[in-house]
Design a protein around this ligand. Sequence first.
Ligand code: LLP
Length: 426
Amino acid sequence: PRTVIRSAAGDLEIGGVSVADLKADYGTPAYLLDEEDLRARCRDFAAAFAEADVYYAGKSFLCKAVVRVVDEEGLFLDVCSGGELAVALAAGFPPERIGFHGNNKSESELRRALDAGVGRIVVDSFHEIARLTELSKQSNKRPGVLVRVTVGVEAHTHEFIATAHEDQKFGFSLAGGAAFAAAAQIIDEDVLDLRGLHSHIGSQIFDTSGFEVAARRILELQAQIRDARGVELPELDLGGGFGIAYTTQDDPSTPGDLAKRINKIVESECELASLRKPKLSIEPGRAIVGPSVFTLYEVGTVKDVDGIRTYVSVDGGMSDNIRTALYDASYSATLASRQSTAEPMLARVVGKHCESGDIVVKDEFLPADVQPGDLIAVPGTGAYCRSMASNYNHVPRPPVVAVRDGAARVIVRRETEDDLLALDVG
Ligand code: LLP
């Protein structure tokens, strides 16, 4: 994050507060959020995509304080469950700026979205269209609807987070004709207001050509709908998925670059098909909140295993960051509490959970004198870490502490063992 510096004393500072003070006040592990950085990322996307609506993808990380930041910075909000919707509404986010996603929204979730008056619902199946039609009639509402289209792009990312190749659960297939049929059905349904098409091709994507192919294919469908049904859909959502740098090897595009490429391809495709340019929207999650957070851990043990590798155990692990175990994700780590002149040594930063796959950072050079009591920072943990955290081994989930201008405040408190026990009945 941009307000992280190393102080003259050698320790890291975030938002003007030293990690030693943060550790003393909030303990470890803790997610430390650079609020100025988060706000700057919101503004960067809003400025780069000035003619588009930028929906922050709440699944990457959501709590009331972040909802308020997103609101204050003028973004829209994408939620994908009743729980995320509840957080958004509890924080007072304007419902008309909320988009509701999900491949299996329940009747009660849809009803709550209708009651709240969310701006749009992205439909994902024929069953959902039928369900939403019925509920809209019952509640006398006419929701704005987008059709999620599977455009058949193989995004170059981990298989589990790539979502637009054909054989997966999301969206209506473009190639198979389901996307056209879904749009046609909604156009015929008076109680639904079809506003446009939607495509999300995957996550942590660096190669922007995937977005270009997706935009081209989806605009072809848009032209087909116009030709067959005489309707020019006014909106187009190209989803999120913009990659961030987890290590020095990653080289992400800036929001400005992305906006230029996406606008260019949309404009040229619209010209080709004589379509009016639809109002664009995007849904970045990771690229907004990911880089704004680092996790602060304390080292508990250092173990040299037969000269093969040194294992540095920290006081968290796969319960606060499952991404390394789940996606073979790469992270980096830095000694945060001091500077050392010791030789670098190849280390593996591991957690405290009862399995050997509990790895936080696979390979990192740490100073050879790293020892218990040292603090380690793992950057880039703002997205899909707290939001995917678990209580594995009954380890309470860490707090999220927002730091800005020399002041820190807890925005999600640390879980306690009492919190965990509170769910046990009897
Ligand atoms: N829009 C839709 C419809 C999505 O499904 C997603 C993410 C996004 C936007 C936001 O994508 P982002 O800009 O954050 O990449 N747990 C995985 C990522 C799963 C992403 C799911 N959908 C991970 O930790 O990498």
